[in-house]
Design a protein around this ligand. Structure first.
Ligand code: F6P
Length: 361
């Protein structure tokens, strides 16, 4: 009798497109490759591991989910103390409860699918003695060590579509539109969607903006007979004046202005400088919803099968990644050690500049 392999699947943090495709990739490949395997789907991210709340997954559970958005297992966010612990509201460590479930189910490995925060907590879980393989998922594309995360391309598609649609109404009314996109403190999503949709200005966290420059661009366009302008701004975009403030002072300065989001502050200021009617569109979580695009379906499937390969070879505490088109794996501690911001000398920034797109600097 071949040795039994026991694996638990966890989807953690904010959801994104492609999670079910990745779950399916891991599950199908493990059942395909191993004679004796048991797979447990932990409910609601780390909560399921903490509370030993799971579903025993059979081969049929991995069918029919490729195109489904969200995650069939549910997800949640945990309180993470940087580099130290995962805790409850009272500050008690939750790692012993996780270890207890791990031992109770006699697991060989946890497959953890998550973003930046999840990779960091997965590292703590590995440090506590549990075997871990992680997959990089997020619409933000900000995980260190992988060129792309699944979810990102689907979000770029949606964000592009939003700006495409805004174009016609902006043009009819001769308005400025500020479209605020997600991405947390990284500009990958906004830069890509902005280029794909022909935005006139793209404001990203990595390049502090001066709205005087954006207003100049608007005026230039008017002179050329273009009565409208589209500004794609990242939710984490910061102005040159805000950039020099520490995080707390920046938060207070924003609170004083009482705008619900950065796009509203940008729109108000742009309208004041240019005198042109300005509107805001914030697609928000819409960018994370719905079915994964074909690219993400393929990537998540590749990542899932690569995770199965790592488990079969007992190569643990690694994150699956894609680098220069190849599926690889890197040590989890590297992936968890830093955030992948958009380098200001990235070729795509040059593409934007060469296209005459205003980056606010
Ligand atoms: O990390 C993914 C993301 O969608 C970010 O782009 C965004 O800032 C954040 O999550 C929103 O988090 P929540 O789902 O908790 O509102």
């Amino acid at each position: 009798m071949k040795r039994m392999t026991r694996v638990a699947l966890i989807t953690s943090g904010g959801d994104c497109q492609g999670l079910n495709a990745a779950i399916r990739g891991v599950g199908k490949a493990l059942f395909q490759r191993l004679d004796n395997v048991e797979i447990f789907g932990m409910y609601d991210g780390y909560r399921g591991l903490i509370e030993c709340d799971y579903k025993y997954m059979e081969p049929k559970d991995f069918s029919g989910i490729l195109t489904e958005g969200g995650t069939i297992l549910g997800t949640s966010r945990q309180r993470y103390i940087p580099g130290r612990d995962i805790v409850d509201e009272e500050g008690n460590s939750l790692i012993p409860a996780m270890l207890d479930t791990y031992n109770r189910l006699n697991l060989d490995c946890l497959v953890i699918m998550g973003g930046n925060g999840t990779q960091k907590s997965a590292k703590l879980i590995a440090d506590a003695g549990m075997n871990v393989v992680t997959l990089p998922k997020t619409i933000d594309n900000d995980i260190w060590g992988t060129d792309t995360t699944f979810g990102f391309q689907s979000a770029v598609d949606i964000a592009t579509n939003v700006i495409d649609y805004i174009h016609s109404t902006a043009s009819s009314h001769g308005r400025i539109f500020v479209v605020e996109l997600m991405g947390r403190d990284a500009g990958w999503l906004t830069l890509n969607a902005g280029i794909a949709s022909g935005a006139d200005a793209i404001l990203i966290p990595e390049i502090p903006y001066d709205l005087g420059k954006v207003a100049e661009m608007v005026e230039q366009r008017k002179k050329k007979g273009r009565s409208f302008s589209i500004v794609a701004c990242a939710e984490g975009a910061v102005s040159c004046t805000e950039k020099v403030l520490d995080e707390e002072s920046r938060r207070r300065a924003r609170e004083e202005k009482r705008f619900p989001a950065v796009s509203y502050a940008i729109a108000a200021e742009l309208e004041a400088i240019t005198g042109q009617e300005t509107r805001v569109t914030v697609p928000g979580h819409y960018q994370r919803g719905g079915p994964p695009c074909p690219y993400d379906r393929v990537l998540a499937t590749q990542f899932g099968t690569a995770a199965a390969e790592l488990i079969i070879n007992r190569q643990y505490n690694r994150m699956v990644a894609i680098q220069a088109g190849e599926i690889v794996s890197i040590p989890l501690e590297d992936a968890a050690s830093r955030t992948k911001f958009l380098p200001v000398d990235h070729p795509m920034i040059k593409v934007a500049r060469d296209m005459g797109i205003c980056l606010g600097d």
